[in-house]
Design a protein around this ligand. Structure first.
Ligand code: ATP
Ligand code: MG
Ligand code: MG
Ligand code: MG
Length: 479
């Protein structure tokens, strides 16, 4: 007999037939007449209930059917009498494929804290919460490709190991072919990096943007979607050392078109997840509501997770300039009451607390902040006519802060090299980048969106460690 996944069995198409299901035991409960075994196989948040008659399956035969054990079960799929589920299986055979010792298996019936589950990240996929989160993550990843593919973007793979430092997008991990136990030394006793990466110093990529720009100058519209590394030696709820970034780059785009695309993109992927993962999102919403009950009134969410997502897909984001943002912040009650830890002043970058104030307290919706002072942004952003600001944009989301950073790029060779000279970036080393301006340069723009921050936003998970299967944070790299 062919195995059928539980998601499919729960559509009821096989009612009256004998079916084979395989999965893991969630719970077993019963009395002297009958046992109910809840089985999951990860295809849906729903368990399938298996009914095992006690006469046919005496206590002894079910002793290894415990939480976490893997099982293969055959039986008839029938409409369920009980409330809660529409269908169930009346067992004919039950085989335990792999036992899970109840004495040691860490995931027993009780609810576990997210902190505890982080320590057993190799098993946490098996919980309802992480099952839901990673199914949503999967859908969002698919939606990323779907969105760009429908718009004729070329999926471009940019390098992971690179000699470029993307001009300070983040702290880098070095990649080396040096024998670390036997380091070559210069005459002065320093490590001889000439020997690094077969003679070249290299890093793990912090952004694929600069390479992406090269490709956009040939295909018009491209995107990257791949792992990105930043040696963030800090413990925040929104930074990982290894994360996935989506970086579209478009020729013949200005900042407004860039912002429009980013907004369309975010709405599209959220809407897709709402269609595909309704049950998972309902479960996660419920989870958040439970969490909220433990909080003081003023810290509770005004909207449920689904209301928030619905709101985002059906309302325009607010758009303001950086200068407006500073204005709002210095005139805010929070500023007057000295609630901000960090300085607010024109020319100083916004911190997470400021970003969150703007989206959560002031506008109560996602905000696109544009036209930042040139000195706090990267060299490649296009200088505005005022000579002080650049055509940059950050998209800020409630509960998170920055989820997107983007800009229109400086396509004017002279202004670009002038800016590089000003901040001491050697133009000779970047000859390949400048070639795109020398030969057929054109206005172009793009952005980077942290995939995990998007997953955080959609699932409502507070900590970025809980939306990536294997989080890489300081000292955390074992599995
Ligand atoms: P932040 O201000 O939060 O440190 P950033 O300005 O350094 O972010 P960018 O260089 O603009 O980040 O990168 C583009 C996007 O990549 C960010 O908007 C964010 O969504 C995501 N991102 C950046 N750093 C990280 C990280 N360490 N972990 C997860 N996502 C990240
Ligand atoms: Mg950063
Ligand atoms: Mg930032
Ligand atoms: Mg940024």
């Amino acid at each position: 007999m062919q195995r059928t996944k539980i998601k499919e069995l729960l559509t009821g198409a096989e009612v009256g037939n004998d079916v084979l299901l395989k999965g893991w035991v969630r719970t077993k409960r019963g009395n002297k007449y009958v046992n109910f075994i809840a089985v999951t196989d990860g295809s849906t948040i729903q368990n399938l209930q298996v009914v095992a008659d006690a006469e046919k399956f005496p206590e002894e035969t079910l002793k290894d059917v415990t939480t976490g054990a893997s099982v293969a079960i055959t039986g008839e799929l029938v409409a369920s009498q009980g409330k809660g589920q529409a269908y169930e299986v009346i067992a004919k055979t039950i085989e335990v494929l792999g036992k899970a010792d109840p004495e040691t298996y860490p995931l027993q019936k009780k609810a576990h804290s997210l902190e505890f589950l982080r320590e057993i990240a190799h098993l946490r996929f098996r919980t309802n919460t992480f099952g839901a989160v990673f199914r949503v993550r999967n859908t969002l990843a698919f939606a990323v490709h779907k969105f760009f593919n429908e718009r004729g973007f070329v999926y471009m793979h940019t390098p992971i190991v690179t000699a470029s430092d993307a001009e300070g997008a983040g702290e880098m991990f070095r990649v080396t072919t040096l024998d670390l136990d036997n380091l070559p030394r210069t005459d002065e006793g320093k490590i001889d990096f000439e020997e690094d990466f077969f003679g070249r110093a290299t890093n793990l990529t912090v952004s694929g943007q600069l390479e992406g720009e090269l490709a956009a100058m040939a295909f018009s519209d491209i995107y990257t979607f791949g792992p990105t590394f930043r040696a963030e030696n800090s413990n925040t709820a929104r930074h990982l050392a290894e994360f996935w970034m989506i970086e579209p780059e478009m020729a013949f785009y200005d900042l407004k078109m860039n912002a429009d695309l980013a907004e369309d993109f975010i709405r599209y992927v959220i809407r897709y997840a709402m269609e595909q993962n309704r049950e998972d999102l309902e479960f996660l919403a419920q989870r958040l509501q439970e969490e909220d009950k433990a909080k003081p009134q003023q810290e509770r969410q005004e909207m449920t997770l689904l209301e928030k997502l619905e709101f985002v897909v059906s309302n325009q984001f607010e758009r303001i300039t950086y200068t407006d943002a500073i204005d709002i912040l210095v005139n805010s009650p929070a500023y007057k009451k000295k609630k901000f830890q960090y300085e607010v002043a024109w020319g100083v970058d916004l911190q997470s607390e400021h970003e969150r104030y703007l989206v959560e307290k002031h506008f109560k919706k996602p905000v696109i902040v544009t036209d930042y002072p040139k000195d706090i942004k990267s060299f490649y952003m296009r200088l505005n006519d005022d000579g002080k600001t650049v055509a940059a944009m950050d998209i800020l989301a409630p509960g998170i802060g920055e989820i997107v950073g983007g800009s229109q790029r400086e396509e004017r060779l002279e202004l670009l090299t002038q800016r590089m000279d000003e901040i001491g970036i050697p133009t000779e080393e970047m000859w390949w980048y400048l070639d795109t301006r020398r030969y057929g340069g054109c206005p172009h723009a793009g952005f980077g969106l942290g995939f995990e921050r998007l997953v955080q936003f959609v699932t409502g998970m507070g900590n970025i460690r809980d939306v990536i299967p294997f989080p890489r944070t300081p000292k955390n790299a074992e599995f």
